[in-house]
Design a binder for this molecule. Structure first.
Ligand SMILES: [Zn+2]
Length: 330
């Protein structure tokens, strides 16, 4: 009997040894490439969005690109990190907008040793755009009358996100393009200073030819709130020169390089249309036609209403529409 048990144990041990170690289980979320997954953000009309989050598995750790705005989104990142069985060693923030950085606070509480890579544009934003936005929120909160309780709660949450500023700041400031090894995964970080936010970091994973573009690419439309449109156009040309096979946008679904080329053409046409006398209706129709294969039909109404606003931004007087363009860059 004892020898049977011993034989069984030997069989288990030997068969265990004979099995080639399997690759780790896929990361939670939409599979993008080997060891890379996407936790899609939300973009619901009438509510503030969450940007996409991308997870990259290194040899012994996890890299998180962008941390979302709402607690529900950040909770999904934390659950995915738990399921991966490895700790988060790095958070990359593609830019400082709250729908991409607010989740840093919760992630850093759980993973205090995680390094945060981002440009220094967060610092300017905390003293400029975000400080102004906070003042507007405070005015709304203090306004006499009965505000919708849900809206009131939302404004208070936004203020709390801005007030966690210390936890949103990078620990590793990206001042120039660089190759880095994060948890054993070798990636390239790029930097655009005159496009969407004054400091847009993108990530290229050469092993899978995956480009994580942040809000340099967004669907259903480009978001011009803090952008320098002409600088952005040039940044898209530089991205096009990278030999990526797939691209993860800051909002919207993964696209291949041909689809990105269509996006870039649609972007160029939109700027040309905005600079012409063509009516807004025709410019909007042109965008939807050019980017048709990238925009699900159910997002047409959202695209239409966003473009109504952004065409006004693009057609504002030069000092206003170019106010986010750096004077020292063409
Ligand atoms: Zn965004």
């Amino acid at each position: 009997m004892r020898s049977v048990v011993k034989w069984m144990l030997m069989t288990v041990v030997l068969s265990g040894c004979a099995v080639v170690p399997s690759s780790p289980a896929p990361l939670p979320g939409v599979q993008v490439a080997a060891g890379i997954s996407l936790l899609p953000g939300t973009f619901v009309p009438g509510t503030q969005p969450d940007g996409n989050t991308v997870l990259l598995r290194g040899q012994d750790a996890l890299v998180v690109v962008d941390s979302g705005r709402h607690a529900q989104h950040t909770d999904r990142i934390l659950a995915a990190a738990d399921a991966s069985g490895v700790p988060v060693v790095a958070i990359i923030n593609t830019h400082w907008h709250l729908d991409h950085v607010a989740g840093n606070a919760a992630l850093r509480t759980r993973y205090p040793r995680a390094e945060v890579y981002a440009s220094d544009a967060m610092e300017d934003a905390l003293h400029g755009f975000l400080a102004d936005y906070r003042a507007q929120l405070q005015a709304l909160i203090a306004r006499p009358g009965t505000a919708d309780p849900q809206a009131l709660a939302g404004w208070r949450e936004e203020v709390a996100r801005i007030d966690s500023g210390d936890r949103l700041r990078p620990t590793r400031v990206v001042t120039a393009p660089q190759d880095v090894s994060l948890g054993g995964r070798h990636v390239h970080l790029g930097l655009e200073r005159n496009a969407v936010s004054g400091g847009d970091v993108w990530l290229f994973d050469p092993a899978t030819r995956t480009l994580v573009a942040g809000d340099l690419v967004t669907l259903p439309v480009p978001l011009f709130d803090t952008a320098c449109s002409n600088g952005w156009r040039q940044a898209l040309a530089r991205l096009d020169a990278i030999e990526f096979a797939r691209l993860v946008p800051g909002h919207g679904a993964v696209m291949d390089h041909a689809q990105f080329a269509a996006y870039r053409l649609a972007f160029d046409h939109l700027l040309e249309c905005a600079a012409s006398d063509t009516g807004a209706v025709a410019c909007k129709a042109g965008w939807l036609r050019d980017a048709r294969t990238l925009i699900p039909a159910q997002d047409d109404a959202l695209a239409d209403s966003l473009l109504d606003y952004y065409l006004q931004v693009l057609r504002a007087p030069p000092e206003r529409r170019n106010r986010y363009c750096r004077k020292d860059m063409k």
